[in-house]
Ligand binder design. Sequence first.
Ligand code: COA
Length: 258
Amino acid sequence: MSNLLIENSGTTQKIIINRPDKLNALNRDTIKELSTAITTASKDDNVKAIIITGSGEKAFVAGADISEFNTYSIEEAKDLAKNGQDILFDLIEKTEKPVIAAVNGFALGGGLELAMSCHIRVASTNAKMGLPEVSLGVIPGYGGTQRLAQLAGKGKAFELIFTAGMIKADAALACGLVNHVVEQDQLMDKCLEISQKMSNNSSVAIAAAIRAVNSGYVDGENGFDKEIEEFANSFATGDFKEGTTAFLEKRKANFPNN
Ligand code: COA
């Protein structure tokens, strides 16, 4: 994992992209390493939540590594986007443990796409976000056209993509692109506070909620039907029995699967 640092804080795992000299730009190796790290964390029973951030104080991720793809053919570009979406961006979105992006600085292009594939985003006040691809003669390829429209609305997505501009953290908060904005020195504490709150709840139910929410964005699937299915399946879990019993006995739940 030469491009990543992994740190555990209780049941939360921090995955830190560590290419500060290149503003943590995502080259192919970093994408593969991130994919492996997320897969490993998602199978680790001791990890209940994941935080992804960038090393240094300047950048979360300043985009896909432009130096790697500027000579690509159509076929190579297609492979780059498809492979990246499959092994990392879609993988994160479907990870059945909460994934939080701690956006600690520039989140541009593939960097914003990475943050948008996470379930929750917390930005520091110095963060700047944008999809500058059209200024390079290309469009976002790691899901940015879809996820930005989902999070911030179609009009905002069109404006940000067409202008290739950057917005500050408070503007990102106002349009729903990020969940919270805090000072940079409080960013990790805020993310850990959120993951701590989640860790008291049923991890089995959280996984079901991730599947149900995601289903509404999958072509050909009906999110409401998926919700009914996941809701019903919950009734057969030990976590449901414990959660409802604990409530009726006026005590704190001790979820068997946590
Ligand atoms: N791909 C490859 N290298 C990148 C990069 C990217 N997306 N973003 C930054 N870097 C590298 C720079 O080339 C530079 O490397 P060098 O020191 O070897 O020359 C280093 O990171 C520092 O970046 P620099 O541009 O000098 O920092 P800055 O403070 O002047 O500007 C940005 C910061 C974020 C505004 C600027 O780096 C930038 O515009 N990056 C590209 C953003 C982008 O278009 N992303 C979408 C890609 S699809």
